[in-house]
Design a binder for this molecule. Structure first.
Ligand code: NAD
Length: 292
């Protein structure tokens, strides 16, 4: 049975940790910010209580999951005894590299060191870590408590044993995994998502159809649960724009270059549901029935 350490308790880390605890694994969670860590504890308590209310967990299962999830006081305390460490800190290379350098020294060579990064490939972090054969991407999807898939992304130095153990870990936590055999920006899911959204924006920019109709075409014609424009608004226009920009700057690939309309919305602060406006308008009408 694996013991899991999750470093970074933001939106992803707290859910990865909680999911593993619900699935019966011992987990410790750490964040540099005490406030974020307290927020993660509160989040876990609320989530577990709501699962009992909805009859998805018994009170006993709730208590057992809560007991298995420990909130650690330092990185050392968090990773002590872990067989799998999952890094879910901010999406910047330097802090991640510093953390992996430290993890490489703290954890025995048998411990899997995984990054949940969507864009930074593990081989870059393996370079700064002792025993690079155990450094991989384990890419979860948001919201982790709902989304079933984990991408297990390998590079040439990953050992067969680490690959096997990583897949076994995904089975233990009841998640479907796919293996991405070679590193590629965006892995599999985000590459397909970016191709779809890029083409949707090309059609919109060319005046071929409205955003509403393109979304309808994708939901009714391809059977997707949500159209690309509603999806970008829900995930955050800023997230889509910055991910595309980062890939473009890293690879120079013209296909990764953000569409003009995406850049315009980003610069105007129209970041989707979170700001009230994106490709669509979500702002509540004011007392006079007018939109802002
Ligand atoms: N948000 C998503 O939809 C999503 C999806 C898949 C993967 N990811 C990846 O997951 C990672 C985390 O994303 P997020 O959305 O949870 O970010 P977030 O900003 O919500 O959380 C990051 C947390 O890391 C903490 N932190 C920063 N440096 C730290 C350090 N050295 N040690 C410990 N904690 C530290 C911060 O205090 C913060 O709470 C990123 O690499 C991102 O690419 C995000």
């Amino acid at each position: 049975m694996n013991k899991v350490a999750v470093v970074g308790a933001g939106s992803m880390g707290r859910q990865i940790a909680l999911h593993c605890a619900i699935k019966g694994l011992d987990v410790s969670l750490f964040d540099l910010s005490g406030e974020v860590l307290s927020g993660a504890k509160e989040f876990s308590e609320h989530y577990l209580a709501s699962r009992v209310e909805k009859n998805r967990l018994t009170a006993g299962e709730r208590d057992a999951a809560a007991m298995r999830l420990r909130f650690a006081s330092s990185v050392e305390d968090c990773v002590n005894d872990a067989t799998v460490v999952i890094e879910a800190i901010i999406e910047e290379f330097q802090p991640k590299a510093a953390l992996f350098d430290r993890l490489g020294k703290l954890c025995p060579p048998s411990t899997i060191l995984a990054t949940n990064s969507s864009n930074i490939v593990a081989s870059r972090l393996a370079d700064v870590t002792l025993a690079p054969e155990r450094v991989i991407n384990l890419h979860f999807f948001n919201p982790v408590l709902v989304m079933d898939l984990v991408e297990v992304v390998l590079h040439s130095r990953v050992s067969p044993e680490v690959e096997r153990n990583a897949l076994e870990f995904c089975r233990e936590i009841g998640r479907t995994s796919i293996v991405v055999r070679k590193e590629v920006p965006g892995f599999v899911v985000n590459r397909i998502y970016r191709a779809l959204t890029r083409e949707a924006m090309n059609l919109l920019e060319g005046g071929f159809a409205t955003a509403e109709d393109i979304d309808l075409a994708v939901t009714r014609g391809l059977g997707h649960p949500m159209g690309p424009f509603h999806l970008m608004d829900a995930a955050g226009v800023d997230v889509s724009y910055l991910a595309r920009l980062d890939e473009y700057q890293q690879t120079g690939d013209e296909l990764a270059k953000p569409n003009a309309i995406l850049e315009k919305l980003y610069r105007e602060g129209r970041w989707g549901k979170k700001t009230g406006y994106g490709f669509f308008d979500y702002a509540e009408p004011d007392d006079h029935g007018e939109h802002a």
